[in-house]
Design a protein around this ligand. Structure first.
Ligand code: PTT
Ligand code: SF4
Length: 610
C-alpha cells in the first residue's frame, strides 16, 4: 500500500503490552482513515453497553492517508471512543504534531485498551512502545505536562496529554496538545484519564511511502501557494475565526445568556476587531500556513489563544464583555483540559438557574473571580462543580424546576456557539450531528443566512446532507482541516489529486461521498446499538427553549422554531438518508453501503425496516 502505513498499534495498558497489527487494503479503501477508521474499530471491537469509563472502552487515535506528507492543513488527529458524556459515539479533531509523528513511527492509528495499574504515560518511538511511570506528572496541567515531556524527549516529539479535568473524569474533559489545541469534546480526556494514561509521546523517524512522490511535492507546494492567493487570506491571518463574533451578532446567532438571545450588548468588545488591538501573534496546527490561533495577553498577563467558539461560549453566553477575562477563562480551560463549549454551556445554565432561584448558590453573569473559581471546582469536582462536571443534561436533572427546557444540548453533548431560534437548518444540523450538538459536520447556518432563514424546505435538507458528507465524512476521515476549503474557498478538486499522489488511488467525489455515507451510517448504527429500545426520534430534536421562547431582542426579535415544521424537515431528512421513521438506518441502506454484517447485528437490537 502507498499512502497508508497499513499498520495499527494496539496498546493494552492492563498488560503493558503493545502489538503492531496489519490491516488489509479493503479496510483502508472502505473507511479512508480518521473518523472512518475510528467508527469501524469501535463498532467491531467494543461490546455494546460497556461503561465508557471502564477498561473495556477503547480510545482510538487515528490519522489519515495524507497525514505527514506535508499537504496544507494536514497536521490533525482524530481521537475517538464511546463517550462518557453522551453514551454514544464520540470524537474530536486536534491539531497536533503527534499526528505527524505517529504516522512517521509507522502507525495509522493507535488503539488504547485496558487500564494501567497506576498513572503512566506512553512513549511510542518507531517500533518501540514504553510504559513510563507518570507519578511526577499526575496532577499537572496539560501545559506543564507537555513542557516537562518536551524536556525529556526530542524537540520534534508530538505530545497529547490530559489536565486535571481528564484525571478527575469530568465528562467533557478534552485531550490537549501544543498549549491551545484541544479536542475530543464528548469527554475523550476523561476516557484517557479513566485508563490512567496521562500523555502519549510520539516520535517517528520513518519515511512515508507515496505512490507518486514527485507529483506529491509539486502539488503540496502549489496548494500552499494557492491558499495564499485566496482573497480572504490576509484578513483570515488577522482574525482567524474571531470575525464570526461580528457575523453572529449581525445575524442574531451569537449565543447570549444561555441562548436566550442571539445578540449581546457588548459584542464589539469581544469581537475580531477588538481582538486585533491586543493580538501579539498567530499560532496554529502543524503543516498549516493559515495559523488561525490568535494569541493575546489575558487578564492574568499570560499568553492565551482565542477562537470564535471559545469567545462566544465564555463571553456572550455567560455575560462577559471583557476579552482579557474571556481569554483567561479560555487558558484556564486549556490548562485544566476542559472543553470550552460545554463549559460555557454548564456555566450559562447554572447562572440562569441561580437567577431563577432554582439553586441556593448565588452565581451571577459576568463575575470573573467567581466564574474562574467555579471552573476550577468543575475540574476538581468540588461542590456544585461536581454536578456541572457531569454535563448540562445531568445538571438539569438535579436542578429540576423545568430547567430541562433550557439545558442546551442534543443527545447529551452541549450545543456549540450558534443560536438557532431563527435557523431551522442549523438546528437540524445539531439534531443529526454524529456526536451530539456540534457544528463540525455541517456549519449550514452560513448558507442559511444567505439563502433564507425562515424555510424548512427540502433544499435545506439536501444542503445539510451535502455538508455532512463533505465535512463530517470526507474531511474527518482524510483528517484534514476543513478551513482552507470552507473559509478561503480552496477548490475541492485539489483533494482527489492529493489522494492520488499519496496513495495512487483515483477516487472520484462520488466514491468519497459513498465512503462518507458508510461512515456516517455506521456511526448512527453505533448510537442505535448502544441505546437499543430506548432510542427515540426525540434524540434528534434540539432543546425546547428554541421552540418555546422567542428572541426578545435584536433584528429577529420574536423569532422561534416551529416544532411541527422541524418534525417535517427531520422526517424528510430520514427518508433521504434511507432511515426509517425512528431515524434508524434501513436494512437495505446498510446493505447498499456494503455493511450487511452491520445490518444483521443491528437487527437483533431494534428490528430493522427493510
Ligand atoms: C472543536 C471545538 C472548537 S471548534 C473550538 S473553537 W472552532 C473549541 N476549542 C477549544 C479550545 O481551544 N480549548 C478548549 N479547552 N476547548 C475547546 N473546545 C472547542 O472545541 C480547532 C479548529 C477549529 S477552532 C475549528 S472550528 C475547526 N474544526 C475542525 C474540525 O472539527 N474538523 C476538521 N477536519 N477541521 C477543523 N478545523 C478547525 O479546527 P474538537 P483544534 Mg478542536 C483552544 O477539537 O473536539 O473537534 O472540537 O481542535 O486543533 O483546537 O482546532 O471556532
Ligand atoms: Fe489549524 Fe487553523 Fe490551520 Fe486549520 S487553519 S490547520 S485549525 S491553524
Amino acid at each position: 500500500m502507498f499512502g497508508w502505513n497499513g499498520t495499527f498499534l494496539r496498546v493494552n495498558l492492563s498488560r503493558n503490552k503493545a502489538v503492531a497489527e496489519a490491516y488489509d487494503t479493503s479496510f483502508a479503501f472502505n473507511f479512508l482513515g480518521g473518523r472512518g477508521f475510528a467508527a469501524k474499530i469501535l463498532w467491531d471491537q467494543l461490546k455494546p453497553g460497556v461503561d465508557p469509563l471502564s477498561p473495556e472502552n477503547k480510545l482510538v487515535f487515528a490519522a489519515g492517508p495524507l497525514t505527514g506528507f506535508g499537504f496544507p492543513n494536514s497536521g490533525k488527529l482524530v481521537v475517538a471512543a464511546k463517550s462518557p458524556l453522551t453514551g454514544g459515539y464520540g470524537d474530536g479533531n486536534i491539531g497536533t504534531n503527534a499526528a505527524v509523528q505517529m504516522r512517521k513511527a509507522g502507525y495509522d492509528a493507535v488503539i488504547v485498551e485496558g487500564k494501567a495499574e497506576k498513572p503512566i504515560f506512553l512513549h511510542v518511538k518507531d517500533k518501540t512502545a514504553e510504559f513510563v511511570d507518570a507519578k511526577d506528572f499526575w496532577g499537572l496541567t496539560s501545559f506543564d505536562t507537555e513542557k516537562m515531556l518536551k524536556a525529556l524527549y526530542e524537540k520534534s516529539a508530538g505530545i497529547v496529554s490530559i489536565g486535571p479535568a481528564g484525571e478527575n473524569l469530568v465528562k467533557f474533559a478534552t485531550v490537549v496538545s501544543q498549549e491551545g489545541r484541544s479536542g475530543g469534546r464528548p469527554g475523550m480526556g476523561a476516557v484517557m484519564g479513566s485508563k490512567n494514561l496521562k500523555a502519549v509521546v510520539f516520535e517517528g523517524t520513518g519515511v512515508l511511502s507515496a505512490a507518486h512522490p514527485n507529483e506529491l511535492k509539486e502539488l503540496s507546494a502549489a496548494s500552499y501557494r494557492e491558499v495564499m492567493t485566496k482573497p480572504n487570506y490576509t484578513f483570515w491571518k488577522r482574525q482567524g475565526t474571531m470575525s464570526t463574533i461580528e457575523w453572529s451578532q449581525e445575524n442574531s446567532a451569537l449565543p447570549t445568556y444561555n441562548y436566550r438571545e442571539g445578540v449581546f450588548d457588548e459584542a464589539a468588545e469581544i469581537g475580531g476587531f477588538a481582538m486585533e488591538k491586543i493580538k501579539v501573534s498567530n499560532r496554529g496546527c502543524p503543516q498549516c500556513n493559515m495559523t488561525c490561533g490568535n494569541v493575546i495577553k489575558d487578564s492574568d498577563r499570560k499568553q492565551a489563544e482565542l477562537d470564535y467558539e471559545n469567545v462566544a461560549m465564555l463571553g456572550s453566553n455567560v455575560g462577559f464583555g471583557n476579552l482579557g477575562q474571556v481569554a483567561a477563562l479560555n487558558r484556564v480551560a486549556d490548562e485544566l483540559g476542559l472543553d470550552t463549549i460545554s463549559l460555557g454551556n454548564v456555566l450559562g445554565f447554572i447562572m440562569e438557574a441561580s437567577e431563577k432561584k432554582l439553586i441556593k448558590e448565588k452565581i451571577s453573569w459576568g463575575k470573573f473571580k467567581d466564574t474562574r473559581a467555579l471552573v476550577n471546582d468543575i475540574a476538581y469536582r468540588r461542590g456544585l462543580g461536581s454536578v456541572l462536571a457531569e454535563g448540562v443534561r445531568f445538571a438539569a436533572e438535579k436542578v429540576g424546576g423545568g430547567s430541562g427546557d433550557w439545558a442546551m444540548h442534543v443527545k447529551g453533548l452541549e450545543i456549540s456557539a450558534y443560536d438557532c431560534h431563527a435557523a431551522p437548518a442549523m438546528a437540524l444540523s445539531y439534531g443529526t450531528s454524529s456526536i451530539g450538538a456540534h457544528h463540525k459536520d455541517a456549519w449550514i447556518i452560513g448558507w442559511e443566512v444567505e439563502h433564507g432563514r425562515e424555510g424548512y424546505g427540502e433544499e435545506k435538507v439536501d444542503k445539510l446532507i451535502e455538508y455532512q458528507r463533505l465535512r463530517g465524512g470526507v474531511f474527518e476521515s482524510l483528517v484534514l482541516c476543513r478551513f482552507p476549503h470552507a473559509m478561503l474557498g480552496l477548490e475541492l478538486e485539489w483533494y482527489p489529486k492529493f489522494l492520488y499522489a499519496a496513495t495512487g488511488m483515483e477516487l472520484s467525489w462520488a466514491t468519497l461521498n459513498q465512503i462518507a455515507d458508510r461512515t456516517l451510517n455506521l456511526i448512527r448504527a453505533f448510537w442505535v446499538r448502544e441505546f437499543g429500545r430506548n432510542w427515540t426520534k426525540a434524540m434528534d430534536v434540539p432543546p425546547a427553549r428554541w421552540f418555546k421562547e422567542p428572541l426578545r431582542k435584536g433584528p429577529l426579535k420574536g423569532s422561534k422554531l416551529d416544532s411541527e415544521r422541524y418534525d417535517y424537515m427531520l422526517r424528510k431528512y430520514y427518508r433521504k438518508r434511507g432511515w426509517d421513521e425512528r431515524g434508524i438506518p434501513k436494512k437495505g441502506t446498510l446493505q447498499k453501503l456494503g455493511m450487511p454484517d452491520v445490518a444483521s447485528q443491528l437487527d437483533r437490537y431494534v428490528a430493522l425496516s427493510a
